[in-house]
Design a protein around this ligand. Structure first.
Ligand code: HEC
Ligand code: HEC
Length: 444
């Protein structure tokens, strides 16, 4: 199924990608519909009001006015926004043992701004980093009373110099530019009630206050006078978190978000991205893709860090199963997290792309270990996985690539402005385009 109108994310990336050449012709083209649908402040205001009672609150924004209030709501009376952000993962987990708190810091190619390579060959792109903390609702907390099991808090950073620590300590030389939250629901009526809730918080320098929108570093526009656009909760979030078929909108009958998914953490793909050449200094970087481990993958800190991801993905697998669509079209997400958990049951090392091929069953095609297929899969992994792992299909599912092939070829070449260019958020050189098109055409 295809989205009926342009998503906020797409609109955002397209606007960036082609700015300032983006023409009124594109904006008004009936073929691509409404261009800018980023949600609105009113959407966010209405949303926070609507979900308030579902959280046993009046209003999700005014009753959870900052990150510390959110932690109190989940029963964490000794934690603050600052501590949550600055404490090392191991300290957080030691303070709240038995998986009450799981914390992971990692390289995040998803938030790299590929629009604006610098002229410095050493640092062509600024690396993205994230810290994800999952906190269980402590018993007796207001959240537990409202029937909520856990909260996921995600901090975001960019750092161009691989020798500089991307994460803050208590001195806060750097800070998360935006902090995103998902609260999955332990119980909800499948297909009819919200599967999870989104919240968003400002950086520490703005008091970690609740916010209506994501002000992302990846939306830095090429025009200095026009560097920010707001992408509002919940529409902009839902697009990449399960409501792709609705282009971020709620399910039309219920007006709710029953298909919200927490995205699984693909450590293997992060290692791929560190090795593809976009980050030439990464092989010698001071900090490993799994920051909390170490570059010694046989060490006990690395094993511990990897095990945290394993536990997080296990919870995410369950959440994805709970929020799956009845028509089976969510299968590509569930199979992807299943695959990660299977190959990493006892193996902590990164796995090559071809060994991560998905098999969706029912006789669907699976990537083969031939020179050509290995090459094509790597190119798709490099340029398309960023979105086509959570949006509409997963490039590791060969059947999906065969089904989308004709459209892929057209979109990569973009013969006219009426066709959405792919990949969004990045301009490929002509050699890469020709290579991709040739291998797509030859795929059997
Ligand atoms: C462009 C797609 C995209 C958009 C837009 C987006 N996310 Fe995400 N989000 C992801 C991906 C992919 C991950 C997995 C982590 C990674 O790969 O870096 C993620 C991770 C998260 C996590 C950690 C739990 C998880 O799902 O793994 C939270 C919390 C989160 N996002 C909240 C939000 C909120 C709130 C918004 C809207 C304000 C939002 N996201 C918008 C793609 C997106
Ligand atoms: C930054 C996010 C992003 C990246 C990277 C990206 N896409 Fe997309 N893609 C989207 C979104 C959002 C849609 C849905 C909107 C639309 O149909 O235009 C989409 C839709 C598509 C579709 C149509 C799918 C359907 O069934 O409607 C194809 C084909 C496609 N992309 C190919 C590619 C290829 C090939 C690459 C890599 C070279 C790529 N995309 C990279 C975001 C992305």
């Amino acid at each position: 199924m295809k989205p009926k109108w342009l998503s906020p994310w797409l609109a955002m990336v397209l606007a960036l990608w082609s700015y300032p050449a983006i023409s009124d012709e594109i904006r008004s083209s009936s073929k691509i519909g409404i261009l800018v649908a980023t949600g609105s402040d009113q959407d966010a205001i209405d949303y926070y009001k609507r979900i308030g009672p579902l959280l046993a609150l009046k209003n999700a924004k005014t009753d959870l006015p900052d990150l510390t209030a959110l932690l109190r709501y989940f029963g964490y009376t000794t934690l603050t926004g600052e501590k949550l952000e600055a404490l090392p993962s191991s300290d957080l987990m030691k303070a709240f043992p038995n998986d009450q708190v799981l914390s992971a810091r990692f390289f995040a190619p998803k938030i790299v701004d590929f629009n604006f390579p610098s002229s410095n060959p050493k640092y062509p792109y600024q690396a993205g980093w994230r810290k994800l903390v999952r906190l269980e609702a402590l018993s007796g907390s207001k959240a537990a009373q409202a029937g909520l099991g856990a909260v996921y808090v995600l901090f975001n950073y960019v750092q161009k110099d691989p020798a500089v620590d991307p994460f803050p300590d208590a001195s806060f030389k750097t800070e998360s530019f935006n902090t995103q939250v998902i609260i999955p629901r332990a119980k909800f009526k499948k297909g009819a009630e919200d599967a999870a809730f989104f919240l968003d918080f400002n950086p520490r320098s703005k008091g970690y206050t609740a916010n209506d929108f994501l002000s992302a570093a990846f939306d830095t526009a090429p025009n200095p006078g026009n560097t920010h656009q707001n992408y509002y909760v919940p529409i902009a979030c839902a697009q990449c978190h399960g409501h792709d078929q609705e282009a971020g909108a709620p399910e039309s009958k219920s007006g709710t978000f029953p298909f919200i998914t927490i995205n699984y953490l693909d450590t293997d793909q992060w290692y791929d991205m560190a090795g593809f050449g976009d980050f030439p200094s990464s092989p010698n970087a001071k900090f490993d893709v799994l920051y909390d481990g170490s570059s010694n993958h046989a060490s006990s800190p690395y094993k511990a860090a990897f095990d945290v991801i394993r536990k997080l993905n296990k919870s995410i697998q369950q959440q994805n199963t709970d929020s799956a669509r009845a028509d089976g079209s969510s299968l590509f997400r569930i199979k992807a997290v299943d695959k990660w958990l299977t190959i990493h049951q006892s193996n902590d090392n990164p796995i090559a792309p071809i060994d991560r091929a998905l098999d969706l069953g029912n006789g669907s095609a699976v990537w083969k270990n031939t020179k050509d297929e290995v090459h094509l899969l790597e190119v798709l992994d490099h340029y398309c996985f960023r979105c086509h792992s959570s949006v509409l299909y997963n490039v590791f599912d060969k059947q999906a690539v065969l089904d989308e092939r004709a459209s892929m070829i057209v979109r990569v070449q973009r013969p006219s402005t009426n066709v959405q260019h792919m990949p969004q958020g990045r301009v490929l050189d002509s050699t890469t385009i020709t290579d991709l098109v040739t291998y797509l055409k030859n795929l059997k």
